[in-house]
Design a protein around this ligand. Structure first.
Ligand code: C2E
Ligand code: CA
Ligand code: CA
Length: 440
């Protein structure tokens, strides 16, 4: 194509455009600049740079349409409708007779449809920019300038709508999950409560016994630990059901059940293991009622008559009232030994040492664990051991699991132990075997 040809085409284009739009100052640079500045990220002028052939329209950073698909959309119509410049989605401004090269102004509905296919319902509308010149004219016909599309798409509001929708859905799902978990937990807990009630009245528990050892590895006694193997729910840890029993007023009948089971186990033995301690966990709330104190007197007689030393292990995790201390004094006078359980985890233990003669304290395994970990709690452990020595109260270290822990305790003259290093809790049958073996 010669320079003159190009010049002619440029003039022809201007005339044609002017004819369509009545726009008198349709100059090349103006046309190119228009399209360059407004979001057509790419352009390459055709025919001396008069016509846009490569457009790439993005809305909020997302591709809407470009030359290739615009072209393929219109090509067939351009070919087919040789005598008309009106296309279904655009208007043909310039047609080259032999070559398929055209400048098409795209109808707004086309861009709207494209944008909606990308943004879905979040897309609301395109705002049309009102200008005086070409755009006015185009708008009259329902066509618009590509520039205006890319520039004025009203996506902001819908972006917030999307954000809001996401937050709303997230909150809704979280609420659903939390309520599901709560309902699940509540229904699990109510199932446990009714199962607990049944097990207390009809039976379902059995006892395990964990031996206590002295520095010579002699068994000095046991701690009785309740076990619950439910027919459908399987093994349920006391760590789980004891707090539930406490919360729902079932701990006192459960304590009675435990005493009865222990007495039953002890009586099923031809051997009498004299002077062995039998520690039973008694919650402070149980000790508040006179009725229970009377029951404890009966239990004491039963256990002591078989030669054992009944021990009340009272946890210092719960508040121990003065009334409880008075009751403990009565029980101690009767012959019960009193041990403060989980020593170091609460705050009533120390004041109890003042008010009541205590037989031994059990240091919580949390502190024994700190020996291996080298944490600051090791100093609390040391202090408890020293306190026991000063007050001449025996200290039992709970949860001894490693040789390192044992050596540390022996070095500090803490010589009574309970823990997996020596023995796990075992049933009464194995306990008897263990006792017979160590007796020899
Ligand atoms: P506890 O009174 O401090 O009992 C000691 C717990 O430590 C037992 O857990 C025992 O199995 C566990 N234990 C013993 N040595 C070790 C060890 O070396 N390492 C570790 N990791 N654990 C060790 P268990 O039997 O699961 O009982 C947990 C808690 O449930 C008891 O803590 C006690 O507070 C309560 N509990 C258990 N049986 C009864 C009961 O008959 N009546 C009442 N009221 N509470 C009970
Ligand atoms: Ca205990
Ligand atoms: Ca304990």
């Amino acid at each position: 194509m010669t320079k003159t040809d190009l010049r002619e085409k440029e003039i022809a284009f201007k005339e044609e455009s002017n004819a369509i739009f009545g726009y008198t100052n349709f100059r090349k640079n103006e046309l190119v600049n228009r399209y360059r500045t407004v979001g057509c990220d790419n352009y390459s002028p055709l025919f001396n740079g008069n016509l846009i052939t490569s457009v790439y329209i993005t809305v909020q950073g997302k591709y809407v349409c470009g030359t290739d698909d615009l072209f393929s959309t219109f090509k067939e119509q351009i070919d087919h409708n040789k005598n008309s410049n009106i296309l279904s989605n655009g208007i043909l401004v310039k047609r080259e007779i032999d070559e398929i090269q055209a400048f098409v102004l795209v109808h707004r509905s086309f861009i709207i449809a494209r944008t909606r296919s990308i943004y879905g319902d979040a897309f609301e509308d395109i705002q049309f920019f009102e200008t005086e010149s070409v755009t006015d004219k185009l708008n009259q016909f329902g066509y618009y300038d590509i520039r205006d599309v890319t520039f004025h798409i009203n996506i902001k509001l819908s972006h917030y709508f999307y954000l809001f929708l996401r937050i709303f859905i997230f909150t809704l799902l979280t609420m659903l999950l939390v309520s599901y978990l709560l309902i699940h937990k509540t229904s699990e807990e109510s199932a446990l409560i009714s199962a607990l009630r049944k097990a207390i009245t009809r039976g379902g528990f059995h006892m395990n016994y964990q031996p206590l050892f002295d520095q010579n590895s002699h068994i000095t006694g046991f701690e009785a630990l309740v076990r619950w193997n439910h027919s459908t729910m399987g093994f349920i840890s006391p760590e789980k059901f004891i707090p539930i029993a406490e919360r729902h007023g079932l701990i006192n009948p459960l304590t009675d059940r435990v005493f009865k089971l222990v007495i039953q186990d002890l009586s099923q033995s031809e051997w009498r293991f004299n002077k062995k301690k039998i520690g039973i966990n008694v919650p402070p709330s149980y000790l508040q009622s006179d009725k229970n104190i009377n029951k404890l007197k009966i239990y004491y007689d039963d256990i002591a008559s078989m030669g054992y030393l009944p021990v009340i292990e009272i946890t210092e995790r719960e508040l121990i009232t003065d009334e409880t201390i008075t009751h403990l004094q009565i029980l101690r006078d009767l012959g019960y030994l009193i041990a403060i359980d989980d020593f170091g985890t609460g705050y009533t233990g120390l004041s109890m040492l003042n008010k009541l003669p205590i037989d031994y304290i059990k240091v919580d395994r949390f502190f024994v664990k700190s020996i291996d970990q080298g944490s600051i709690n090791i100093q609390i452990l040391d202090t408890i051991i020293q306190l026991g020595k000063k007050l001449k109260i025996m200290v039992i270290a709970e949860g001894v699991e490693t040789r390192c822990q044992l050596n540390y305790l022996i070095e500090r003259k803490c010589n009574n132990f309970q823990g997996y290093l020596f023995s796990k809790p075992i049933d009464w049958k194995d306990t008897k075997i263990l006792l017979v073996q160590t007796k020899r």
